[in-house]
Design a protein around this ligand. Structure first.
Ligand code: PGA
Length: 252
């Protein structure tokens, strides 16, 4: 069966000391009460090495929130997939709507990032999702399918094993507006059917598809109760250990 996953995305929050404190608290909480799902925390680059070392013998995996679309060289300020991997991180979040929108990341650039991440042994949490305007025009399926086709459907079935999809409707991110569990399930099932078209039903059934967008302890049980929702990518509610734990507990 496919993995159930709760992944945090700290975004640009927490200085190094605060991040270490949060990771330490999470580690202790989950050591006392083992989670019933995979747990990942996505942190800014500067935390990766320290937090990876801290969580080495824990059940928590570490993810970057981005990597460069070049393998190395004169790209001042960029961080390569190889560098991310060398910190001990296992995952990288790519294609987040904030990066697409504020840093003009195109499907072609994301495709390069995905290829470099996989070539360097990272697993990818690949984000897709429509804007409010696209949802109002009923374009959510076309948008999600195009985002998959543009950046990840060129992968081989073997490479695909290292891909987790996160469906994040942009209108629900950080807004307090969650997609209803029914709305989310409908599109998750559609996304799984797109994966099946390219890789076959068996691979599609093994693909974890996470929901993201104002997911919290109060709505996670209903969302995760749907057959095609395999967990969550959590922004705001991943910044406090108790809030994040409440979402992890939705799998109990
Ligand atoms: P949110 O963010 O949980 O704060 O809505 C989710 C995300 O952007 O991954």
């Amino acid at each position: 069966m496919r993995k159930h996953i709760v992944a945090g995305n700290w975004k640009m929050n927490k200085n190094l000391q605060e991040g270490v404190a949060l990771a330490t608290e999470l580690k202790e909480i989950l050591a006392a009460e083992a989670p019933n799902c995979d747990v990942i925390i996505g942190t800014p680059f500067i935390h990766l090495a320290t937090v990876s070392e801290l969580l080495k013998d824990s059940c928590i995996a570490v993810s970057a929130e981005n990597c460069a679309n070049h393998d190395k060289g004169a790209y001042t300020g960029e961080v390569s997939a190889e560098m991310v991997k060398s910190t001990g991180a296992e995952y990288v979040i790519l294609g987040h709507s904030e990066r697409r929108e504020y840093y003009a990341e195109t499907p072609e650039m994301l495709k390069e990032k995905v290829d470099l991440a996989l070539a360097n042994g990272l697993k990818v949490i690949f984000c897709i999702g429509e804007s409010l305007e696209q949802r109002e025009n009923n374009e959510q399926e076309a948008v999600c399918k195009a985002e998959l086709a543009g950046s990840v459907f060129h992968l081989s079935a073997e490479q695909w094993k290292n891909i987790v999809i996160a469906y994040e409707p942009i209108w629900a991110i950080g807004t307090g507006k969650t997609a209803t569990a029914e709305q989310a399930e409908e599109i998750h099932a559609f996304i799984r059917s797109c994966v099946a078209e390219v890789y076959g039903q068996e691979v599609a059934d093994e693909t974890s598809i996470l929901y993201g967008g104002s997911c919290k302890g109060s709505n996670a049980p209903e969302l995760f109760g749907k057959p095609d929702i395999d967990g969550g990518l959590i922004g705001g509610a991943s910044l406090k250990a108790a809030d994040f734990k409440a979402i992890i507990d939705a799998w109990k």
